[in-house]
Design a protein around this ligand. Sequence first.
Ligand SMILES: C[S@@+](CC[C@H](N)C(=O)[O-])C[C@H]1O[C@@H](n2cnc3c(N)ncnc32)[C@H](O)[C@@H]1O
Length: 542
Amino acid sequence: MAAISPPTRRYSAPAWSSWLRTEREFEMSGWGSGYITDIAYIPGFYQAQMQSTMALAALLSGKKARLVGRHEAYHYADIGCGLGMSALIVAAANPGWQVTGLDFNPAHVAAAREMARQTGLSNISFIEADFTNFAESTACQALPEIDTVSMHGVWSWVAPAVQDGILRLLNAKLAAGGLMHVSYNVLPAWRGALGLQRLIREAGLRHGGRSDKQARAGADIAVRLAKDEAGSKFLEGMGNVLLDRIGNLPVPYLAHEFMNRHWAPCFHLDVAERFASAKMVFVGSCQMLDNFPQLSLSEGQRAILQEFDDPGMAELIKDLCMGRSLRNDVFMRGAVPMPLAQRDAALLSMTVALSKPRAECKLEFDTIGGTASLSPSYYEPVFDRLSQGPATIEELLALPDLVGRRDNPAELIGVLMGTNQAVLVPNPGAPMDRRCTALNAASVTQRGGDIGETGIGFAVPALGGGFAIPGIAAIAVLNQQAALSDETPGLVLQRPSPPTIDRWIDQLEPAADDARRGEFMTVFRKFFDEFAPVLNDLGIPC
Ligand SMILES: C[S@@+](CC[C@H](N)C(=O)[O-])C[C@H]1O[C@@H](n2cnc3c(N)ncnc32)[C@H](O)[C@@H]1O
């Protein structure tokens, strides 16, 4: 997507730190149980946090789960919600759901509540809760049973006592059959970065000051030490990867990643054992390809994996072979098997849409065993059909080129989603609405103009969740949607004229010279030629 990012503006540390300076400055304090509390985290949207992603992962492993309609009564909770972006997106896209965001940092809670207030969302509440003892509080007792929980960027970053509190919370509140997503740093992949983290933290602490300054100072020491001509031995694998990226990472991210006292990457088997104490079982990965060892492992690796029949051992072998550094696991509190025919019927009824232009769809993707290739005669017709608009898995399998061939809905949907070429559309036809556009506008404003290359999560009714829109595409979408109202939900928007785009460029960079304007114009044109049709199919008019 780099092609539709702003011509030169980068996802850069200075812009992030100015957001920090103007928005939040906190005193160092001692209430964090080792977790940093003096600077806010970055706003973020993660597909793994969406209920539809968790439900699909569970279904792929043959467990009873379903996509939930946006007007159904349902309770979704985000544990350790940070600035609340994912929770806000879930609430905006699913007006019938109740959404709860929990975090112990009052600055996070205040910012998240303000965002909900500004955008008029009434189906979300943010509770200031320290997980160490929240399960025993009256606020927790008052909380209704939770149907789905997500915990992104929390588990391997907090103290064991906080993890224990989270387990008691889940035991008390997660519904029988409820889904949970948990992300965490994984061993052995992080082994090669253990020294790096410790060095950044220790050097940062000795430097002093606010956590972001400590993290930056610690990272500078790490870079200097690693790059010394005599060479250093404290980096392997992941450590080298991280070191290369460290200068480009937002400083608040660096601080929340490296400056916590109890950060500890984990083996999946140990995490699964902890969640078993809250009666939860592992049912799959939000990274869909990981659910298909035949696509991600070599023949020899699979043969060894098949000598064991417990999922924990399979996951250990996969983590060892694939070097996964971050897991996005799905657990269920009481997983009920679903007969295969029923499971396949559920998958066949699901609607999917392309998440990228047809010309960018690929038949090859990287796996640990090398490059895997999708059959052109099978997948080209699938991409061709999806380039005409969303389709159900049943419709795709009924395409003339596919009939009589691999009649496997799980593999088709798993590959489309796992290669990030398609997304699930749980509410096909649901139009964009004022709740979502208000939140999307506020999200862009929150970034203070630094919209970056990684994209901003836009709330989308048809998706029952969000979609990350990169670079200035987000500006184009917002400007176009200014023409929408609740009275004209299905309105087809006209492509903007060059003078209109010129006005957008004025907003973005009033002092842009002709050459710079030309660059912007090219990027906007490319957006409307290639990416806008994809967004329209996802229910994002633009
Ligand atoms: C890395 S951030 C992740 C935030 C958010 N989930 C995301 O991915 O953007 C971890 C979050 O956990 C919260 N947290 C850490 N320790 C906590 C505790 N003891 N109780 C409640 N929240 C805690 C922090 O305030 C922070 O917002």
